[in-house]
Design a protein around this ligand. Structure first.
Ligand code: ZN
Length: 308
């Protein structure tokens, strides 16, 4: 049997061994990995998968409009401190392609999260700008895609930090349960709809509408800051009447002017449909996340597609 003194000596011995290993082996001295993600939905997911083990940093700040944001050279330089960088990769971040080339030379791992996702080609009507690639970038608005992204993050975190593999796996399992539940809720809510079309302020909901059997009519193209011509507005009013629309969806981080004009001209009620590309101050204060905002979206969608 140990007496107190033997026990005490043993504790000291382990402390000394720990100290020596800690000094000589940097892996054992708990240094957290640093991950950068380009925009909010990836930030939310990265935190849910690796948040306690990994420092997660956001490049496009909350409150900024994701499509038009350009990081400063200083911000781009910060990325070089990262162990790993996750980005959308479908033209949401035109600045990312060049950044990724540089990061590869600095041995920062870069992960294009759209790699396992069935991308939707941009229809010609979206008037996609040349630098925006040929696919719709709004992959995160389909929960099925978010599950794939979470799985990809889990894999990459586990590879970089195998010591916490089990933690990442457990976090993924929890994430998967939540996202499956969200998907199920969307699927069961958006059935037997009276209305197939939704009128949205910018063409951000292609993945969501495709997944749940709806069709989007967009006031502007793939970028929220484009301004429709008077001719395009007239066409939209006609569309709204043709499809018996009662609602128009507005998003939280873009200008409401055109939406207000349309609402008045076509006698539409305005509802919010959040692109979740970034959080507003109020959403941050109210502890909103991807899941709660997607549930808010579903409540408003339900209103619009259940009445005609
Ligand atoms: Zn968008």
């Amino acid at each position: 049997m140990f007496n107190f003194k033997q026990y005490f000596n043993l504790v000291i011995l382990f402390l000394v061994i720990g100290l020596i290993l800690g000094i000589t082996n940097p892996v054992i001295s708990q240094q957290k990995l640093t991950a950068y993600v380009s925009f909010y939905p990836l930030y939310d997911t990265a935190n849910k998968i690796g948040g306690n083990q990994i420092n997660i940093n956001l490049v496009i700040p909350n409150g900024a409009e994701a499509h038009s944001y350009k990081p400063s050279p200083q911000k781009i330089a910060q990325l070089e401190k990262a162990d790993i960088f996750f980005y959308n990769g479908v033209g949401l971040e035109p600045w990312a392609n060049k950044a990724v080339q540089n990061l590869k030379q600095s041995n920062v791992e870069t992960v294009n999260v759209s790699q396992n996702i069935d991308l939707i080609p941009l229809a010609s009507q979206h008037n996609a700008k040349d630098n925006h690639g040929q696919y719709d970038p709004h992959i995160w608005l389909d929960p099925v895609n978010m599950k794939k992204i979470a799985k990809l993050m889990t894999k990459r975190f586990s590879k970089l930090d195998p010591k916490h593999k089990e933690v990442y796996k457990q976090n993924f399992d929890q994430y998967a349960r939540k996202i499956d539940k969200l998907h199920h809720k969307y699927k069961t809510t958006l059935t037997n709809n009276q209305q197939e079309y939704i009128l949205v302020s910018h063409a951000a909901f292609g993945y969501l509408t495709n997944r749940y059997g709806l069709k989007q009519i967009a006031v502007t193209g793939i970028e929220p800051h484009e301004k429709p011509s008077p001719k395009a507005l007239t066409h939209l009013i006609k569309e709204a009447n043709k499809h018996d629309l009662n609602y128009i969806f507005m998003e939280t981080l873009s200008s409401p002017r055109t939406v207000n004009v349309l609402a008045q001209e076509a006698n539409l009620e305005i509802l919010t449909l959040n692109t979740i590309a970034g959080l507003t101050k109020t959403e941050q204060k109210n502890n909103k996340d991807y899941f709660s905002l997607m549930r808010d979206n579903l409540n408003n969608l339900k209103k619009a597609v259940k009445t005609k």
